[in-house]
Design a protein around this ligand. Structure first.
Ligand code: NAP
Length: 386
């Protein structure tokens, strides 16, 4: 494992962190974590040098922290730092802060949460929790020893990112969605540089764009990788692009298979700031351009839009549409759309255009408009168009 600077702290973080948002589950129900396998994967990662684990109150419907606490027994707690998050989006009153934190400490079964993050901040959620006094409240929790350091994860535009950073002197980390496709999206490259210049550790989430950059690539992207002067998997190229940047402290990956944990640890062991050549970077740039020409809906499957009040499984609708478009094969998407586990009551045509999802989507996708296109594409026998 390689270790990297963590902002201002006198502590080194493993290049790879374990994101506990995509733990293996039994069947389709995200709350039913395959506990023995998840614990085995987490412990394997720790045994092989991973020292940063990221969870949140909401992951796996509240069960991520519970399973993490089981993995941390038998001496594993002492080997790692734990980050978890206050769900800013569901906070309604100041009393919610204590209630949620106490619940998390109990679920995690740890005396102190090392890094406590305000989760998924956007302009509205940030303003709300700030005005409810979250910073003063967090200072007290730090003084009382319930949390170690404060940070935030982010899903909005660059000016909001800078505003949040500039609002408080004691942020220790910012967590951003960052991969070779998201250079100009959300905080983006400029945000990463800004956070690092202010001494914050930069924690990367979605380095593989939620798995989209590691799937079997569509032909135009595959053609780019075929020309590579050295052979890495698409996942390895994506990780190495992140680790190449000195401003980055740790790349989190939400691994759902043991093989992924094993591979990503190996890849992390070969990483380092400024290790990619000009040729490597040009190759990745060409892959980026090839993808950009293909993906119409920028959904990362974060599921923040869920649940839809009318039952639409928005991420799955978009995945089916995007896959059909990327692979230029309507049957790919239609197969997904009509699979037994994707019930008609969760299809795009159930959208009532209430707009609730618009406020929740970190990518600011025009969801109702796209759902109409999804419905049309899978009803009509015509290839979907962006
Ligand atoms: N705070 C926030 O707002 C927020 C939002 C998103 C994420 N996060 C955190 O950041 C973490 C990382 O984000 P992420 O889970 O989206 O990371 P990611 O690494 O971009 O995506 C994870 C997915 O990539 C695939 N994958 C991982 N390793 C692979 C490998 N070696 N080969 C092929 N495929 C591989 C898997 O997809 P398949 O399962 O399809 O194989 C896995 O589910 C999350 O787990 C969570 O802890 C936080």
């Amino acid at each position: 494992m390689q270790y990297r600077k963590f902002g201002k702290l006198d502590w080194k973080v493993s290049a790879l962190g374990f994101g506990c948002m995509r733990l293996p589950v039994i069947g389709e129900d995200q709350s039913k974590i395959d506990e023995p396998l998840a614990i085995k994967m987490i412990r394997y990662a720790i045994d092989n040098g991973v020292n940063y684990l990221d969870s949140a109150y909401m992951y796996h419907n509240g069960n991520s922290e519970r399973v993490l606490s089981k993995a941390l027994k038998d001496g594993y707690r002492e080997k790692v730092k734990i980050a978890t998050k206050l769900p800013a989006m569901i906070i309604q009153k100041a009393e919610d802060f204590d209630r949620i934190l106490n619940d998390q400490i109990e679920k995690l079964n740890i005396g102190k949460i090392d890094f406590y993050l305000l989760h998924g901040l956007q302009k509205t959620s940030w303003t709300k929790v700030r005005d409810l006094g979250v910073l003063k409240w967090a200072e007290k929790q730090m003084a009382d020893g319930k949390i170690g350091r404060l940070g935030f994860s982010f899903h909005d535009k660059l000016p909001v990112f800078k505003e949040i950073i500039d609002s408080y002197d004691n942020w220790v980390l910012s967590q951003v969605q960052y991969n070779y496709m998201d250079i100009n999206n959300q905080a983006g490259r400029k945000g990463v540089e800004y956070a690092a210049s202010k001494g914050l550790a930069v924690v990367v989430m979605e380095p593989l764009r939620g798995g989209k950059l590691s799937k079997e690539p569509p032909p135009p992207v595959a053609k780019v990788w075929e020309t590579a002067h050295r052979k890495l998997t698409p996942a390895e190229w994506a990780f190495q692009w992140v680790w190449n940047q000195p401003e980055i402290s740790v790349a989190l990956s939400g691994m759902s298979l043991m093989e992924q944990v094993v591979q990503n640890i190996k890849t992390a062991g070969r990483s380092g700031p400024n290790t990619l050549s000009e040729q490597d970077l040009k190759l990745i740039e060409r892959a980026r351009k090839a993808y950009q020409g293909l993906t119409p809906i920028p959904c990362t499957d974060c599921k923040y839009c869920q649940p839809c009040p009318h039952g639409v499984d928005i991420p799955r609708c978009f995945q089916a549409y995007n896959d059909a478009t990327i692979y230029d094969d309507l049957t790919v998407g239609r197969r997904m759309y009509n699979a037994p586990f994707f019930k008609p009551e969760n299809h795009a045509d159930k959208c009532e255009e209430c707009g609730e999802c618009l406020e929740k989507c970190p990518q600011h996708i025009a969801i109702p408009d796209w759902l109409k296109k999804v419905d049309m594409a899978f009803k009509m026998d015509a290839p979907p168009r962006g």
